[in-house]
Design a protein around this ligand. Structure first.
Ligand SMILES: [Zn+2]
Length: 407
């Protein structure tokens, strides 16, 4: 089983390098040197040696003093994330959110854009996103972009980090995404499937449990999060459940086949079916569902049964504690209830005994939260920090390092 981005969590070498010391410092709001000595078992000179490059590069700072019993006041050391931000581009089928967040996941600013990634030429989509990102970063000279997280509605190659071939993202497999972004932000970049990013974001709210997340809006995709890591699959296509074929005939799907789950239940399919009764878009569909429109509710109930059936198979496999339903359709209360009922109907009780079925807690920022989580893992793991400390100025890895002050 292949899990994305896997810093080693067993740490026999706690504090062995500056990167490990920073990982320790980040785990609490503040530390005294004595506390760090106790936690690492290092000698005072060794600890000093590990802290010096972290101070010099602006990754830690002295945050005043704490009165200590009897002795001298003890200096408090903190992780300096006051200027570090993460840029995220969370792209769905028809909507994108570009955001600036702290490394702790607080969204500082964002811009939304309606764009149909299937029908818009890829360079135009990327230009729009870069323009929005430039607007968000231009007036913030104090901020350092530590890394970029990019969510895309398709499979993501674990080798290249680029989207694989999919009808949703025609032409994207040839787009030099990283080069085009690097012209402006020369920083580490991470890509992830949009539904898996959403699931990972929601999983930050349930850190102890296995989380199955569903993004159900214009498309349908899922993400499975185990120990805070997203299952990417060997070809980066894990969670692509929208094209599970449910029947031999059935309605035509955008992938060119018939009878896929998406052809029955995706937002695209529902809108096509409900357009004749005046449903304009997903927000309108949600409004009508909540207002009790009978035709809309009937269509959603049928779709939720099919989605619930497919999710039940995943639940039987993974036995998650939490199923989170996100996206404009997934978060509708009636849909959450219908999916929960269907899942319980078709699985054995031992698979769902402790299962909670919830609507998304983070709403339209769930994907952003997942991408921030991935970027932080990429740029602030012990290994990444050590690499950054050794990097030449101007290298993407040096993005987290404060530029030396001019004499
Ligand atoms: Zn299909």
């Amino acid at each position: 089983m292949q899990l994305r981005s896997s810093p080693n969590t067993s740490r026999p070498t706690v504090g062995a390098t500056p990167g490990h010391v920073l990982e320790l410092v980040r785990s609490r709001p503040a530390w005294t040197r004595q506390q760090l000595l106790t936690a690492t078992g290092m000698s005072r000179p060794t600890l000093q040696d590990r802290l010096a490059p972290l101070f010099a590069s602006g990754l830690i700072y002295s945050a005043g003093f704490e009165a200590s019993e009897g002795g001298r006041p003890a200096e408090l050391i903190r992780f300096d994330d006051r200027h570090l931000v993460i840029l995220t581009l969370d792209v769905g089928h028809t909507h994108a959110r570009v955001g600036i967040s702290t490394v702790r996941g607080q969204v500082l600013r964002f811009r939304d854009s309606r764009l149909d990634v299937t029908r818009t030429p890829p360079p135009a989509v990327l230009n729009t996103l870069i323009g929005l990102a430039a607007e968000l970063t231009v007036d913030a000279p104090d901020e350092r972009v530590a890394g970029i997280g990019i969510g895309l509605p398709g499979p993501i190659s674990l080798v290249t980090g680029l989207p694989g071939q999919t009808t949703t993202l025609p032409g994207w497999e040839h787009l030099p995404i990283f080069d085009l972004l690097r012209e402006r932000w020369n920083v580490p970049m991470v890509t992830e499937n949009d539904a898996r990013a959403l699931a990972l974001g929601e999983a930050t709210r349930h850190p102890e449990s296995t989380v199955l997340g569903l993004k159900w809006a214009h498309g349908i995709g899922a993400g499975l999060i185990i120990n805070n890591r997203s299952l990417g699959g060997d070809d980066g296509a894990a969670g692509d459940i929208g094209h599970v074929k449910l029947s031999r005939g059935g309605p035509e799907c955008r992938c060119g086949r018939r009878g896929c789950l998406a052809a029955y239940a995706s937002g695209h399919a529902l809108l096509a079916r409900l357009a004749p009764v005046g449903v304009r878009d997903l927000d309108h569909l949600a409004e009508l569902a909540n207002a009790g429109d009978r035709k809309v509710r009937a269509a959603l109930d049928g779709a939720a049964r099919r989605v619930g059936t497919v999710l039940a198979a995943l639940i039987a496999l993974a036995n998650p504690r939490t199923l989170v339903l996100g996206g404009t359709i997934g978060t509708l209360p009636r849909v959450v209830d219908a999916v929960a009922a269907r899942v319980r109907e078709v699985t054995l009780s031992r698979s769902v005994e402790s299962l909670q079925v919830l609507p998304s807690q983070l709403g339209p920022s769930a994907g952003t939260a997942g991408l921030v989580h991935l970027v932080v893992e990429r740029v602030l793991s012990a290994e990444a920090v050590d690499r950054s400390l050794a990097a030449e100025p101007g290298s993407p890895h040096a993005a987290i390092i404060r530029a030396p002050e001019k004499p």
